[in-house]
Write a protein that binds this ligand. Structure first.
Ligand SMILES: [Zn+2]
Length: 81
């Protein structure tokens, strides 16, 4: 059984589909039992999608401040809001 920390460390690779079948199965098993990691992986997936779609539209230009703000809101860094 993976720890929450291990799941968080692999969340980005999991969301991007870069993990092997065994690693994916272990994370899925953890997610079945852990709501915190489920929402963390969800956020990682959503944030990755947002960044990829914006980057593909901007084609090599810098990440916009608006996107960074959205990213921070998603990841909960901006707790003052
Ligand atoms: Zn967990």
């Amino acid at each position: 059984m993976l720890s929450c920390r291990e799941v968080c460390e692999q969340a980005q690779d999991f969301a991007d589909g870069r993990l092997g079948p065994l690693a994916r199965a272990r994370i899925r098993l953890h997610l079945l039992m852990c709501r915190n990691c489920t929402s963390f992986v969800d956020q990682t997936r959503q944030t990755g999608k947002l960044i990829r779609s914006t980057l593909s539209r901007q084609q090599g230009s810098k990440v916009s401040p608006e996107l960074m703000a959205a990213f921070r809101r998603k990841t909960g860094d901006d707790a003052t809001d």
